[in-house]
Design a protein around this ligand. Sequence first.
Ligand code: ASP
Ligand code: MG
Length: 405
Amino acid sequence: MARIVMKFGGTSVGDCDRIKNVARRVKSEFDRGNEVIVVLSAMSGVTNQLVDYCKQIAPLHDAREYDVVVSTGEQVTIGLLAMALHELGVPARSWVGWQVPVRTDGAHGKARIESIGTEALTQCMADGQVAVVAGFQGIGPEDRVTTLGRGGSDTSAVALAAALKADRCDIYTDVDGVYTTDPRIVAKARKLDKITYEEMLELASLGAKVLQTRSVEMAMKYRVRVQVLSSFVEAPGTLVCDEDEIVEKELVSGIAYSRDEAKITLVKVDDQPGVAAAIFGPLTDANINVDMIVQNVSEDGTHTDLTFTVAKSDLERAIKVLTEKTDLKYGRLVPDSNVVKISVIGMGMRSHAGVAQKMFKTLADKSINILLISTSEIKVSVLISDDYTELALRALHSAYGLDTK
Ligand code: ASP
Ligand code: MG
């Protein structure tokens, strides 16, 4: 007997027929003698609709009431799934966040889980029932409903798996696993059997929208084995696991891209101590994240150019902050939002040289100009013109030997 958390995303519970399909998948795990905890999202589109209602009532609404509204989508799906399971003769009970309880901090709209009570759910399973838990929600320090940020039901599932010491956390979604790159762009993309937590974390934060980043961080911290698989086809998915579990290690496991980047160049910045702090300080104060940064060597020793990237959605605000700060001395501000960040990711990079060089050479052979470069232990990223996204992804995918045979 194993203890399994099964999490189903919005498209998997998108209508009543799909909820009945989920009930069948749950029943088959249950019939194998397993203890099953199901975690659900709202029906696809529902949370968006609820967020939209809040905006229509008041653009600057109270975050505590926002949570009351947007957490309701999951309450509908857990009740419906419990009923669908009853129809199949499977004993089941639904649980909203406070009933478990899933205790969080008070950061409404993006709360973090602090602890999970295991007694009630353990009893539920001991009584031979499937526990159907609302994802995305918890209860804050003032006993008010909180939500965990968009996509947060992945995090609910992993947290429950950790707290209940589940043997596996299966995340059912509308894709059948994690791919070497976006299969909509590169037809030869391959589904990975296994990927390490570290690599998945890079892929998740770079916009491969399979799992919420926080859920991967949590899985890594508590060593929860997470499987990403499809709720529509019956086939094994991709296992996110410890490096030791992966026998055949690839140099590069995946290539991610993010179109959510914009570049800002400050031309002719004074080349003296304190300048970077003076520029990035106000951006930090305005809650604007800076990602890649390059400062050129100055030619004359008095001025230099400083280039960096911010999220595309922050570009206008960043420009405003930098132009309104009158004590910053620079010649011109040049924004560019027609850029994409492409990253190659792989644990193998830690022990093998030449991964970055292969990337530069491959792009050079296609005459693609690199605007910015940044590296970390298991990742090399370049910023290039958005016009070359497809070309670059395909060329790199074959250069690193990732194409399907
Ligand atoms: N329903 C929530 C959302 O759409 C949580 C989730 O699906 O993970 O963000
Ligand atoms: Mg999701």
